[in-house]
Design a protein around this ligand. Sequence first.
Ligand code: NAG
Ligand code: NAG
Ligand code: NAG
Ligand code: NAG
Ligand code: NAG
Ligand code: NAG
Ligand code: NAG
Ligand code: NAG
Ligand code: NAG
Ligand code: NAG
Length: 533
Amino acid sequence: MTKMTFTFDHLLVLLGFCSMWQRTDGQTLGKVVIWGPSEGTVKDIKEFFCKVDEIPEDVSVQYQLIKEGDSKKPIEYTSLSGEPAQFNIFVVSDHDGRYKCKASGHNNTEVLPSYSNSLRFRVIEKIVNAHIVLDPPSEEFWVEESVTLQCNVTGGTYVSYHWLLDNVPVQHHYNRSQNQLTIQSLSTSDSGRYTCVASNQLNYTLFSNSSDFKNVNVKEHVSDPKISFEFVKRENGNFSAVVKCQSEKGTSPINFSLLRNNDNFAEKLDEDLQASFEVPIQLDQNMGFAQCLANDRTRRVLSEPLNITVESVGGAVTMSVDRTVTNNSVVWAVWLRCSVERGTFPEYSWFLNNTRLEKQNLFQHQTNDAVFPVILVPEAAGIYHCEAANAFDTTTRVLSQKWRINKEVMNRVPLTVVIIVFTCFFVVIVAVTACCLYGVVLRKKKARIYNLKEEFTDMRSIYDDIINEDEDDEVNVAVYEEDMDIVEASRIEDSDEDEDEQSSIADEESDEEKNFLDEETIEGAGTEETELD
Ligand SMILES: *[C@@H]1O[C@H](CO)[C@@H](O)[C@H](O)[C@H]1NC(C)=O
Ligand SMILES: *[C@@H]1O[C@H](CO)[C@@H](O)[C@H](O)[C@H]1NC(C)=O
Ligand SMILES: *[C@@H]1O[C@H](CO)[C@@H](O)[C@H](O)[C@H]1NC(C)=O
Ligand SMILES: *[C@@H]1O[C@H](CO)[C@@H](O)[C@H](O)[C@H]1NC(C)=O
Ligand SMILES: *[C@@H]1O[C@H](CO)[C@@H](O)[C@H](O)[C@H]1NC(C)=O
Ligand SMILES: *[C@@H]1O[C@H](CO)[C@@H](O)[C@H](O)[C@H]1NC(C)=O
Ligand SMILES: *[C@@H]1O[C@H](CO)[C@@H](O)[C@H](O)[C@H]1NC(C)=O
Ligand SMILES: *[C@@H]1O[C@H](CO)[C@@H](O)[C@H](O)[C@H]1NC(C)=O
Ligand SMILES: *[C@@H]1O[C@H](CO)[C@@H](O)[C@H](O)[C@H]1NC(C)=O
Ligand SMILES: *[C@@H]1O[C@H](CO)[C@@H](O)[C@H](O)[C@H]1NC(C)=O
């Protein structure tokens, strides 16, 4: 009996256990879902919702909205009739973060709690103020230095930064989510007014505030100065060299000094990167060297030395053909060049039939008055010459030789070509003649040998042959000497002509195109002109 009771008791216990297992198992909550806005501004009221997709019967669900990493008591919501939980939040800046829902049984610890995924909620706050802080804290920089501009905002979250230089987006790369713009190596193009625009997304519109601007001035180191000078005649008759020192790059103020023979002569602050110094000098006297020194407090740079001696125009003036223009092997224009032996500042003028010619602008690229273009039209034909004078004082003039210039003269076959052709022709004639003479003599001799052979022995005939050959040589030499005389005569003629030619082209450069010139004719033109005079 007791045994039976025991068995029954036991069964009850087992049944009880079984039913307990079954109950607990059935009260596992389904998946929890959270939804709500992803961002909001301070003082907004925002609604978040949580829901369990499967709720066991007779179980009320307790929801908790938990902010990750926050130890404060979570907000709770009890859903008695299976409706989703609703949390109304009055947004403060602290609310920024990640949120999760926890669902558990209400007054029922036997129901295992369940968690949702997390939801990111951003609290976007107004940017109150923004201003730029420079590091290093200066507005003056030298090229290749580095600078960091920091956009310091008060208030504001989730700010992105935009940089403007003179109201145009800057060219340098920067991270829009960081408030810094770093320029590693400044250049002059980085100079200007910097503005930072700080903005964030507030109610899906762009809210921004421009900072106060900051002016950045990037200075350039002074470059090596160039030195040049002009020569001027003062009213009192004294002469001066106006020495100009000029740097291509640099930032004012630059202190320019003029050194004369390595001694400090004068110093001046720059005007637009240049400075001029007046140095009294005397004509045709060695005035030594001048040098410019530029100093911008970061570096001192020297120019090349310049000889400031001024020599007046003198010596021979030479006119030559600089180049010719041909069309179908016909010369139709020439550039005449005038050069003077001495003179630091020569100025040239051009004359046709002793009438001064105005500067011609026939060819755009020809501006130098040392070169003069002539188009070989009939109206431009005549006797040309040039004159050189000091640019600063045109009272003394030096004249060149005179040339007849016209189309025919410029297109005549050059004498050298004639001489060469004639000489070649002559040499050929001489050679042919020599060959003919030699041929005649050889035939005579051969005939004689044949006759002798009949009268003498073989040995004797060989001996005779040798003798005859000697005689033969003598004949040859005679012919050759005769030839030499002719060659000699022609060579003397040639060299006469060559000398003439050389004297006429002595002043000219060996320009290929100049071969078109008939130098002898030009020389002749000179003599013709003297006759005319
Ligand atoms: C849940 O339990 C608390 C005490 O733990 C009690 O005050 C409350 O009335 C109970 N609620 C329900 C619905 O049973
Ligand atoms: C922008 O910043 C200035 C101060 O730099 C402030 O006076 C102004 O109110 C700000 N603008 C807005 C719209 O907040
Ligand atoms: C940014 O500005 C605030 C106040 O305007 C100041 O306290 C803070 O030091 C500034 N930060 C920097 C890097 O200058
Ligand atoms: C920009 O800066 C943010 C914050 O410092 C960083 O997370 C991000 O990776 C940066 N972006 C780039 C392209 O460097
Ligand atoms: C957000 O913008 C909408 C329309 O664009 C407007 O109706 C609403 O009042 C704005 N809310 C805030 C907080 O500015
Ligand atoms: C002109 O030069 C002479 C010497 O070259 C000098 O004595 C004189 O003072 C100069 N005159 C002026 C006005 O500079
Ligand atoms: C220019 O430099 C010289 C030395 O090189 C100095 O004596 C002078 O004071 C400087 N002048 C100015 C205006 O800086
Ligand atoms: C400077 O130039 C002149 C002629 O222009 C010359 O006679 C003189 O020797 C030059 N001086 C030096 C030091 O070269
Ligand atoms: C070259 O000459 C030909 C005739 O000989 C003429 O038709 C042509 O226009 C000339 N060209 C120039 C560039 O003068
Ligand atoms: C220049 O003089 C020559 C005579 O020597 C004459 O043939 C020619 O037409 C003159 N030229 C001009 C442009 O007067």
